[in-house]
Write a protein that binds this ligand. Structure first.
Ligand code: PNS
Length: 165
């Protein structure tokens, strides 16, 4: 049985991420989505909320699990018994950083391989940061995220959201 982990921030998950999960699901027997809890990073949604939004966006599928993780992505992969880390590529510009990360991950843990998957053309422009900005300025995000995520984003960032420091 081949397990792949798909680590990321998912702050929040959008259709580009869901597209990658669906593609990974077609290739691997089991996909574990890893939601990074990095205490040095400021997130809009905490790890528990990001996990819940992923689960609500994915629907029931016993072959896809969602777990929070701390520390190194390769450590998470080993813990999950995964030989593969999946990462999504939107454009060539993503490759610079992803290439560097994959080589570092291989140096850290040679038994874990990185597999890059590309999103469909309709999703190439999507990023969690852009979505948060668009939502904060009142733009429409509904086609780009699942309805639980759209609702959560509006509650947190929309005009009636409590002020954030
Ligand atoms: O969704 P993101 O923010 O692009 O995901 C980046 C992520 C979480 C995959 C990357 O930052 C990561 O793997 N962090 C865990 C810590 C780690 O393993 N760092 C070394 C990477 S070479």
């Amino acid at each position: 049985m081949t397990t792949a982990v798909y680590p990321g921030s998912f702050d929040p998950v959008h259709r580009g991420h869901l597209d990658i999960i669906e593609r990974a699901r077609q290739i691997f027997d089991r996909v574990v989505v890893g939601v990074l809890e990095n205490p040095r990073k400021h997130y809009l949604f905490d790890a528990e909320e990001r996990v819940a939004l992923l689960r609500a966006s994915l629907g029931p599928d016993s072959a896809v699990a969602v777990r929070p993780f701390q520390g190194l992505a390769v450590g998470f992969a080993v813990e999950e018994g995964a030989a593969v880390i999946v990462r999504g590529l939107r454009a060539v510009s993503d490759l610079d950083n992803e290439f560097q990360m994959s080589l570092m991950n291989r140096r850290l843990e040679p038994s874990v391989h990185t597999v890059f998957l590309t999103t469909s053309f309709a999703n190439v422009f999507l990023s969690s940061s852009l979505l948060k900005e668009v939502c904060a300025f009142g733009g429409r995000i509904d086609e780009m995220v699942s309805s639980p995520v759209a609702q959560a984003l509006r509650e947190r960032l929309g005009p009636r959201a409590p002020a954030r420091s």
